[in-house]
Write a protein that binds this ligand. Structure first.
Ligand code: 3HC
Ligand code: NAI
Length: 703
């Protein structure tokens, strides 16, 4: 038998174990081996039932994602064909689902007549996260098994479903008492089926899925859900496939699903999302850090400053069951911080995302102090005090005095030089930047700023810790703004300048949200605070720009007290959260343009897109060249997870590749020529971009 499969016949049962570590991805070789094993069992008269299981515990994480977009994806035996064959075997087939059945893995289980899980089993159809739909029968078989509404929900959310819920839904027929007992329980189940002469396949509970469905079900679903899909293709294809399950007999439904799957697989969106999947895994691989790099234990954490960021950061650790001590300067600030955390948890309770007991458990992990001596046993301290170098340096001097040897000392600074902070301690090797994003308990990005002297084990420990608390850690070198905010600068600069030239804030924002960015520049600034932005800019004008006239608009709004949503006015006017255009801002832009001798003209949407996006891309490429970012895909992760760049465009670097690097370069050169002195000053192509295009490269990489 093939090495990717274990095969054993035991007392009239054929046990077929999937053995392709790490996750039994159903690539062509495993598909071929599984088919061969199933045919062998089917043809063996001594075998009366077949049990398919994961030889190493885990059942299957689905199709092999590396095959998509290549001929291997549908190389014989293809997955839909293999699973169809499984449904037609002459003997009952039982899926013994250890740990995970995802995507094609769950579809494999659905092609089996019977399914047993264990207490830790999770199942799901996460194809949508890859810009795909289930393509091996999932969209047709799941609605027939658990009903249309529940099936559609699983496919559109892509969420994993825990064992007890899978049992209640009818995805699992029964549960083994523990993971260790799964295979034995599956064999017992098989023998029961044989003894009771159970049918090879039980009847489907929803054989005609549309039968009891409300007449306007799909219409209502669309009205509710479609706005969230923006320009994403995959949810629409999932929806069509499930509609087909209601309208067509199984065989025709399967054919329709296959056609839709192939459309999705060939789409740019799926290509981009697959890139993001691998980018997330790649980001953890950092030169100089080996599997053997020693990790420091993180059992106790301290956070300095219980403000907006400190509170959110502390919650991440409490959520992961790690005790946190919050340190503040004064009792009232500490109390406010803790109350705010409780209120935030209470909102989750109200939304049904947390129980009261969980709230109390998490609060019990949080303690407050005003005394540095209480941080003596912390393994990791994260500083989140005001953004001023002197204050932060003072905090680090105190930490150096009280913290135990080997404690990791981190700063959440968003713009200061981590090397200068580390330099005031006698242990710069233990100092690192951990740049969380606001709200810190929600946003998945964590920029891990590897300072000049940071020890590899400190970097390795914080990367692991980041994943433990559910973040996507991305390594950045030290520079002003690190990866994300440094790229934000030229992107936001173009947005501001375009308004001075004749666009309106709404026009700029609409072009960006039209691309599916979560928010346009001006909506984001109004939300974050025009004042916050001004103060950071004002303190760092020298580091940011040699000519800051482009941000005069923001400066003026600040001086008018128009701080954004919180004051009801900023780049827009607000009624609650409802934003309206403000003609005073247009008038202000006109006045400033006059003062700065900027000619006003109609600006078209393409120019807005190209100037904002090309400058964003250019800065990213420059960061890669400087070694601030380790790889282009890290830059993509930063912008997707920290700045609302749509994952289905793959991030700014992948988007640049889709546009064509030569076109991006030509665009930058065009604006350099056509925008006068301003163009000459700002539209300088990154040397790496020029080198890439000259070398005929189509991907962003360091050369
Ligand atoms: N295909 C190929 N490789 C896969 C894979 C898959 N389906 N799933 C995981 N891998 C690889 C990862 O790339 C990684 O490789 P690396 O070590 O070289 O970086 C390795 O397996 C381990 O994966 P993780 O680092 O992600 O390990 P975790 O333990 O953190 O997570 C997991 C495991 C939950 C299974 C996670 O990997 C995952 O979510 N995988 C994708 C699941 C999925 O989307 N399945 C649907 C595929 S599409 C499909 O089935 C289409 C069908 O309908 C026709
Ligand atoms: P904040 O003003 O909400 O909170 C700062 C807290 O630190 C206050 O509660 C203050 O009392 C406390 N504090 C000040 N000096 C202290 C000291 N010496 N010892 C103990 N506590 C002290 O500020 P916010 O927004 O939480 O920012 C904190 C840090 O996080 C800053 O460095 C900021 O640049 C960074 N950051 C902020 C983001 C944001 O969106 N707000 C995003 C990412 C980073």
């Amino acid at each position: 038998m093939h090495s990717l499969i274990t095969y054993q016949v035991d007392d009239s049962l054929a046990l077929i174990g999937l053995a392709r570590p790490p996750v039994n991805a159903l690539g062509q070789p495993l598909r071929a081996a599984l088919l061969e094993a199933c045919e062998l069992a089917n043809g063996d008269p001594s075998v009366r039932a077949i049990v398919i299981h994961g030889a190493n515990g885990l059942f299957c994480a689905g199709a092999d994602i590396t095959e998509f977009g290549s001929p291997a994806s549908f190389a014989a035996p293809d997955l839909p064909g293999l699973l169809l064959r499984l449904t037609r075997l002459d003997k009952p087939v039982i899926a013994a689902i250890g740990k995970l059945a995802l995507g094609g893995g769950l579809e494999l289980a659905l092609a089996c007549g019977y399914r047993i899980g264990e207490t830790n089993t999770r199942v799901g159809l996460p194809e949508i996260n890859l810009g795909l739909l289930p393509g091996a029968g999932g969209t047709q078989r799941l609605p027939r098994l658990i009903g249309v509404a529940a099936a559609l929900d699983m496919m559109i959310s892509g969420a994993q479903v825990a064992a007890d819920r899978a049992l209640a839904l009818g995805i699992l027929d029964r549960l083994a008492a523990s993971p260790e007992q799964l295979l034995a329980s599956a064999c017992d189940y098989a023998r029961e089926l044989i003894a009771s002469a159970a049918p090879v396949r039980p009847a489907e509970p929803f054989a005609e899925p549309a039968k009891d469905l409300e007449a306007d079900f799909f219409e209502r679903y669309c009205v509710e859900q479609e706005p969230r899909w923006k320009t994403r293709l995959a949810p629409r294809l999932v929806f069509s496939a499930v509609q087909a399950a209601c309208l067509l007999p199984l065989e025709q439904g399967l054919a329709r699903e296959l056609a839709l799957f192939k459309q999705a697989e060939a789409s740019r969106q799926s290509e981009a999302l697959r890139h993001v999947f691998f980018a997330e895994r790649e980001a953890g691989k950092v030169p100089g850090i080996e599997a053997s790099t020693a990790l420091r234990p993180i059992a106790k954490v301290a956070v300095i400053g219980a403000g907006t960021m400190g509170g959110g950061i502390a919650m991440n650790f409490a959520n992961a069951g790690i005790p946190v001590t919050l340190l503040e300067r004064q009792g009232d600030a500490l109390d406010r911080g803790l109350v705010h955390i409780r209120q935030t948890y209470a909102i989750s309770v109200k939304r049904g995302k947390l129980t009261d007991t969980q709230l109390e458990q998490r609060m019990a992990l949080l303690s407050g102090t005003l005394d540095y001596a209480d941080l003596a046993d912390a393994d990791l301290v994260i500083e989140a005090v005001f953004e001023q170098l002197a204050i932060k340096q003072d905090v680090f001097r105190q930490l150096d005095r009280v913290c135990k040897p080997g404690a990791i000392l981190a700063t959440n600074t968003s713009s200061l030089d981590v090397d200068q902070i580390a330099a005031v301690t006698a242990r710069p090797q233990d100092v690192i930047g951990l740049h969380f994003f606001s709200p810190a308990n929600v946003m998945r990005l964590l920029e891990v700023v590897n300072a000049r002297e940071t020890a590899p084990e400190v970097l390795a420990t914080t990367l692991k810790m980041g994943r433990t608390i559910g973040k996507i850690p991305v390594v950045s070198g030290v520079c002003f703004g690190f990866i994300g905010n440094r790229m934000l600068e030229p992107y936001a600069r173009e947005a501001h300048r375009l308004v001075l030239e004749g666009a309106t804030p709404a026009q700029v924002d609409d072009v960006l949200t039209g691309l599916d960015l979560n928010m346009g520049v001006f909506t984001m600034l109004d939300l974050a605070g025009v004042d916050v932005n001004f103060l950071v800019r004002d303190a760092n004008r020298a580091a940011i720009a040699h000519d800051d006239s482009y941000c005069r608009l923001g400066d003026e709004l600040y001086s008018l007290g128009r701080y954004g949503q919180k004051t009801g006015r900023g780049f827009y006017q607000y009624e609650g959260r409802q934003r309206h255009n403000d003609y005073e801002v247009v008038a202000l832009a006109e006045r400033l343009a006059g003062e700065l001798h900027i000619p006003r003209r109609p600006v078209d949407d393409k120019e807005i897109h190209d100037r904002c996006l090309f400058m964003l891309i250019n800065e990213g490429i420059q960061l890669l060249d400087e070694g601030i970012a380790l790889r282009a895909s890290d830059i993509d992760l930063v912008w997707i997870n920290g700045y609302g760049f749509p994952a289905h465009l793959g991030g700014p670097m992948h988007y640049a590749e889709q546009i064509g690097l030569d076109r991006v370069l030509a665009g930058i050169r065009y604006f350099r020529q056509t925008l006068g002195d301003y163009g000459q000053m700002w539209f300088t192509p990154a040397p790496l971009l020029e080198r890439l295009v000259a070398a005929g490269k189509t991907t962003v990489e360091r050369i």
